[in-house]
Design a protein around this ligand. Sequence first.
Ligand code: NAD
Ligand code: MG
Length: 355
Amino acid sequence: MKRVALLGATGSIGRQALEVIEANAGLELVAAASGSQPLDGLAPLTQVGGDLTELLERAEPDVVLNAVVGFAGLPATLWALERGVDLALANKESLVAAGELALAAQRGGGGRILPVDSEHSAVFQCLDGRASETVDSLVLTASGGPFRSRTRVELASVTPSEALAHPTWSMGPKITIDSATLMNKGLEVIEAHFLFGLPFDRIEVVVHPTSVVHGLVRFRDGAALAHVGYPDMRVPISFALTYPERAPTSVAALDFTSGLILEFAPPDEENFPALGLARSAGEAGGSAPCVLNAANEVAVTAFLDGELSFLAIPEIVERTLSAVATPPAGDVEELLAIDAEARRVAKALTRVLVH
Ligand code: NAD
Ligand code: MG
């Protein structure tokens, strides 16, 4: 029996994880947490808001599924890695913002990261433990979001409700907006860099509108392995929670007789500058990814609140990155201070750009 602590239990990933846990007799939900929504006896131990590491201490889980949204997920990520507890990681923001600290925590504590993000789960499965010198490059697929092939002029007036209508995935609001700006794919490039230890020039992004191919690995012998399946997060959630067993799920097998369309195209980095901003922040290193993430969280919230235009999101991120120093953070306190400063600057810029 694997003891699971589920953080972010009321969210999109959280609810699908509950289904997976419910359907698998080998998984036991021992603790559940949310940010503010009530949990009403969902698990033996529950917590709404506050310091999630207190809950984890009491729960003694075998695996922590971190499905909190945003930088707020960081303490739980570090807690699991420091203690050598398996970390099923959906909360990409913690690894993006604190990649170096997370890897140091992992080296110290021996915690394993089992990616839940579909692209990273796909790559993890294609790699299947092979050494990085056998790998030529990774390819992360992007649906392109609801505004694929729109011009800059058309993007200027899009509304939150249009941006929330994702063509292939049903997800929480923050990641759905990130998918529309392509910042999600930018965060995923940084996430892949820390998860798989490859330099940024060997992590490629390709637009694939039907979201059937989730990720690929090109190997040095010229072969490329791809992970394919219908877009359904229960697959990577179940894979991470039952690793290495690959337990059955109720997800339908891929039907190759019903007109599957496998199209690929390069991303439009001119109209969707967030992807390039993230790549540059990743390459710059230090705390640049933390500043990028903080500014993006502020800008996305302002966009969802109707205060900011869609095109202002990457603008806030770019301007914050130019205004805030991004030295490497020596410890979590330093990183928290940099995150706070980036949020302060991004909020000030948001007030200027309010439409
Ligand atoms: P969501 O908004 O639907 O849910 C977020 C959850 O986090 C909620 O349960 C909320 O109560 C909780 N939460 C927020 N702040 C908290 C805090 N301070 N303390 C404790 N809990 C808090 O988001 P989601 O779509 O489920 O995404 C969760 C994470 O998974 C994100 O990092 C996202 O990028 C990642 N992810 C999601 C998907 C998806 O399909 N939804 C796919 C890949 C990765
Ligand atoms: Mg993803």
